[in-house]
Design a protein around this ligand. Structure first.
Ligand SMILES: *Cc1c(COP(=O)(O)O)cnc(C)c1O
Length: 407
């Protein structure tokens, strides 16, 4: 087991008061990794509560459309709560149960991790508090609504830019005051050790299944695997199934309005990010010369983050993973095509992987396969997507609704 470093990246930069909590957490994590019964319990839970194994869908119409590689889609959207987030929160839920803690806290940006954590807490009977930037609380009302109805307390964070990074800082502050009964359910493969390694372990279920499924359905390994990269958990999840194979791994970042502008969230592609230590770990951050985090932009809220997993920073530096960035406009185009050719609605985040795959599929041979990891479903994005289409009947619907509440 690693010390939490991946090449130059990672580590555990934590306040002294959390030292004992991390000793306990590392010990509990070591125990579950050594215990085969734990993984079996996890698999049972995922099978009976979260639709696992998720299918690997052959996208025949899209494959024919591009006339190159055979396109397969790993359907993480079919998980409970609609994304790969369930793989992580359910695993950490079982860990919390073993540690005998009764309360969980989490950060959330778009609200997806918050909803998944609130769901897990309801299922396991934990008290649950979610930290969310005030700006995000305003933008993501439907997710806030569901978190509260699921029994969680949502705390709007008014510091800084009032978004995800501020929510993470506030969650750490809470943890410091309530270490004894509380576990912090970190949402992605970032933060201090053991979070990157532990979350990667839970998400490895994606790659393990995909490896087996592609061999069964296609008879050989894919040439390339594509995944969108926010913090990096769905990407690392699927990549782990193919790390030791001759399979090219492609991570796709949020190019926003273009990586030549300052409105994007690309850390590995381009040269806007630099090494830094923040939020408990060392990685490539989008920051200024004084280490102040920059404002980022993406049409996909889940990719709009200043850091990246130390595991992916290492895999990028070593050349094992190739990074690309695609723009908001390209994402909307690929989303429309995927809906109309396959009857599948990918999340705006996931669609980033589709864009890059579509750019390359046509130049590949029909004897080759590629896998796109579809991290989640797009239903949650209806407000953003309808707004981008400038859909008149949608606008009318919103206006009518608003009037209903005004009278
Ligand atoms: C949260 C989220 C992401 C980004 O997180 P990663 O840790 O990079 O996987 C991507 N897709 C969906 C659907 C999400 O909800």
């Amino acid at each position: 087991m690693s010390t939490g470093y991946f090449g130059n990246w990672g580590g555990a930069f934590i306040p002294e008061v959390l030292h004992e909590t991390f000793v306990q957490l590392n010990k509990a994590y070591k125990e579950i990794r050594a215990d085969k019964a734990f993984w079996q319990e996890y698999l049972d839970l995922m099978m009976n509560y979260s639709c696992r194994p998720t299918p690997l869908t052959y996208a025949k119409n899209l494959s024919d459309h591009f006339g190159g590689a055979q396109i397969f889609i790993k359907r993480e959207d079919l998980n409970h709560t609609g994304a790969h987030k369930a793989n992580n929160v359910m695993g950490q839920g079982l860990l919390v149960k073993r540690m005998g803690k009764k309360r969980v806290i989490a950060e959330t940006g778009a609200g997806q991790h918050g909803v998944a954590t609130a769901t897990m807490a309801a299922r396991f009977g934990f008290d649950c508090t979610i930290y969310m930037g005030e700006e995000d609380v305003e933008r993501q009302r439907p997710n806030v609504f569901w978190m509260e109805k699921l029994g969680a307390t949502v705390v709007p964070v008014t510091d800084g830019s009032r978004t995800l990074k501020d929510a993470i800082n506030e969650a750490f502050r809470d943890w410091v005051t309530r270490m004894d009964d509380t576990h912090y359910v970190f949402g992605t493969v970032c933060g201090p050790h053991p979070f990157p390694e532990m979350v990667a372990w839970f998400q490895s279920i994606i790659g393990t299944e995909a490896h087996e499924q592609i061999l069964k359905q296609f008879g050989k390994l894919p040439s390339r695997v594509y995944a969108c990269v926010g913090g990096g958990s769905n990407a690392i999840g699927v990549f782990q199934g193919f790390l030791d194979d001759e399979v090219e791994l492609v991570g796709v970042e949020a190019g926003g309005k273009g990586i030549e502008t300052d409105q994007h969230a690309a850390r590995m592609k381009g040269n806007r990010a630099s090494p830094g230590v923040a939020q408990g770990y060392k990685t490539m951050f989008l920051q200024d010369d004084d280490g102040q985090m920059l404002d980022t932009h993406s049409i996909a809220a889940g990719l709009d983050y200043v850091g990246i997993s130390p595991i992916l920073a290492e895999l990028g530096e070593s050349g094992r993973v190739r990074f690309e960035a695609v723009t908001d406009a390209e994402v909307l185009e690929a989303l429309t095509l995927t809906m109309q050719k396959e009857g599948i609605i990918p999340a705006l985040e996931s669609t980033h992987g589709f864009v890059q795959a579509f750019k390359e599929a046509g130049q590949m041979s029909p004897d080759e396969a590629i896998i796109i990891n579809m991290s989640g479903r797009g239903d949650k994005d209806i407000f953003t997507i309808a707004h981008s289409y400038d859909d008149p009947s949608w606008k009318e619907f919103i206006v009518k609704r608003a009037r209903m509440y005004q009278s």
